[in-house]
Design a protein around this ligand. Sequence first.
Ligand code: UDP
Ligand code: MG
Length: 319
Amino acid sequence: MKSKIPKLIIISPCYNEEAGIESSVKRLNALYDDLIARGVISPHSKLLCVNDASKDSTWEKIKALCKEYPRLRGISLAKNSGQYHATMAGICAACDKCDAVITMDIDLQDDLNAIEKMVGLFLEGNEIVYGVKVARNGDSRFKRGTAKLFYRFQTLMGVKSIPDHSEFRLMSNKAIKILSQYKERNLYTRGVVASLGLPYATVDDIISERTAGESKYGLFKLINVAIDGITSFSIRPMRMIFILGVISLFITIGVVVYVIVSQFGYHASGWTSLILSIWFFGSLILLSLGIIGEYIGRIYTEVKQRPTFIVEETTGELD
Ligand code: UDP
Ligand code: MG
């Protein structure tokens, strides 16, 4: 049980969020006022917005808001690095500057009431507290459906993660210290955090509508996240190719036996079966090469060891 009042930093990645950032910062600041007044979090707690190289005026707005709200800080990245790397940029900046961080989308779709519960569970000794989506009122039917499918497929592929949890989570300084040592390009934070093996708890997260603007995730970006999640954590798809190969070898043996036996007193016409098997095995080979290529591509990007994000500008210290 931790006794002191924790210093908290909420980290929010922001990409083209000019429409909603002001109201979101205002709401978070009001929440901080309340939590600080009631002694839940330390008065030194901060809000950190990471601008993921937005094309609109998000960064100008963050800088202006920093002047208005003394506990707000901003980091701007040189190029769009994606939600996960932008969050990591914030985590690296917050490391050793606080007792715990909470990562949270700036559209405030997550449940703000859960924050106090997260801090409570952290004080009870949990190093990580996951927000688990219990209701997705603000998400479209498509999103709910694809999310469900994604979690199921992920489990099938051998990736361990907390079901229905995305990026809304509290992590202690100890947890982010370990996390910031992960230098992977194909970073799948949900999977990495779940694999740290630190004591954790969960809180319910009721998803509401986006405060403003539109979702930055189209179908293709979602598919990308899904592929990243699976290939960065599991080699099961490659193993499945091997099993597929073994199965097709047995089938081929069966077919060879059949062909030899049927040659006696029978003249093969078999154009259909020939063409079908060419197509079938052709597509199987292409599919297998595609999966292997996916892994080799990832090895290629990893070995280059390029930085995963580049900080261009900051608005001030987090102390
Ligand atoms: N985001 C980001 N970089 C990107 C795409 C998104 O930093 O390339 C941020 C975005 O500003 C938001 C969070 O990631 O704070 C989640 O994005 P969004 O709300 O569009 O995702 P959804 O809730 O629809 O899954
Ligand atoms: Mg959102």
